[in-house]
Design a protein around this ligand. Structure first.
Ligand SMILES: *Cc1c(COP(=O)(O)O)cnc(C)c1O
Length: 381
């Protein structure tokens, strides 16, 4: 087989091998396709079980889940919200939707996620105020902290929770990439005051498009569910709305797809962990370093990633792409982008190094050992 007819190895493709057809057909046969129906409830119950929380509220995507989670913990206009410098844009966009501004902090090489020490260092630039810490330089209140579990590798949540608790700041876990991952035996999505998930087409479980809020807090779950349905007050015939709500509820047809996907989550995680070990074996001793799950964590290895030698990232990515291997660099750091010029930004040397050296590798659950050999042959010949 020549390079030109080798199949393109995408970063992450969905696979429908369970009861997806059956459940989606059921929606079409019964006419229950939209924002009410039994699959939404069943999907939420299965999700709460998978995330280890009392509640899960299904919404239209992970970004809207973050938006509602931030509102639910009390983020208001002009507040500050701590986010990692190294994350997908959605984490910061949700902060902007609330009229608040992000504070960018450093990541850790070991977890690829938010550094609890960097968060502590930022709090030392704050004074205690009546409603939470107030940042001395801007006079703005710090209303939430949003760690993100990069590519499925959990943040050091015990240390981070301890720092945030000391300062009275609620933790919103952006677990979009980490369904099926765990920290100290507890599932990601259950490790903060509230968690958010994404079921976009490239995530480990997909609903086409979708997201969810996970929490143990009964009243928070209730508020979020209310806001996601245009804040409509239940009534047999009248249409009453008691607040400004959002049209964020997940449709039944998406939940049907998601339920079938979720039934296979343990199998998907097992396959992805096997793929990570194939990559690790192929890369051992090559100078390209596979990012292994941090100590104390069990990663879903949503996207397998590796650190390449300084200065070689773009050349290696061009070689991979030329061989029809869809590897990519990590996100450009948010504080370096023009969009957030002027945001409060803490020193972030580790995030800068990760940005220069990280590549994510094809990680679809259906990948074979031959596919992995083809990718690593170009990455570390
Ligand atoms: C995918 C993702 C989101 C947002 O999810 P959507 O469903 O695409 O809105 C948020 N944060 C992170 C880190 C993600 O990877």
């Amino acid at each position: 087989m020549t390079v030109s007819d080798a199949p393109f190895l995408a970063l992450h493709e969905p696979r429908f091998e369970g009861r997806e057809w059956e459940y989606v057909k059921d929606c079409l046969d019964t006419g229950w396709v939209s924002s009410a129906g039994a699959y939404v409830n069943r999907f939420e119950e299965a999700l709460a079980a998978a995330a280890g929380t009392r509640h899960a509220v299904a919404v239209v995507n992970g970004t809207s889940a973050l938006h509602l989670a931030l509102l639910a913990v009390g983020v208001e206009r002009d507040d500050l919200v701590i986010v990692p410098a190294l994350t997908f844009i959605a984490t910061a966009n949700a902060v902007t939707y609330c009229g608040a501004s992000p504070v960018f902090v450093d990541s850790e090489r070991s977890s690829l996620g938010m550094s609890p020490d960097a968060v502590q260092a930022f709090f030392e630039e704050c004074d205690e105020g009546p409603r939470g810490p107030v940042h001395r330089a801007t006079g703005r209140r710090v209303a939430a902290c949003v760690p993100m579990h990069t590519f499925g590798h959990p943040v050091r949540m015990d240390a981070l929770n301890e720092v945030c608790e000391r300062w009275g700041v609620p933790v919103v876990e952006d677990a979009a990439e980490a369904l099926g991952s765990a920290w100290q035996g507890r599932p990601c999505g259950s490790l903060g005051r509230v968690g958010t998930l994404s079921f976009n087409g490239n995530k480990i479980v997909t609903t086409g498009g979708g997201g969810a809020i996970t929490t143990d807090d009964d009243s928070l779950a209730c508020r979020v569910r209310h806001w996601s349905t245009q804040a409509k007050v239940p009534h047999p015939w009248r249409t009453i709305h008691d607040e400004v709500g959002y049209n964020y509820r997940m449709p039944n047809i998406n939940a049907a797809l998601g339920l079938a996907q979720l039934e296979r989550l343990p199998e998907l995680v097992a396959r992805k962990r096997a793929i990570a070990t194939w990559y690790a074996q192929a890369l051992a001793g090559t100078g390209v370093e596979l990012c292994a799950e941090p100590e104390g964590a069990a990663s879903n290895y949503w996207l397998v990633c590796a650190l390449v030698p300084e200065g070689r990232r773009d050349e290696l990515l061009a070689t991979l792409q030329a061989g029809r291997v869809g590897a990519r660099s990590v996100w450009d750091l948010l504080p370096e982008a023009g969009l957030h010029a002027g945001a409060v930004t803490c020193p972030h040397p580790a995030a800068l190094e990760l940005e220069r050296r990280l590549v994510s590798l094809p990680s679809s659950p259906q990948l074979t050992t031959e596919d992995v050999a083809r990718a690593t042959a170009r990455l570390a010949p």
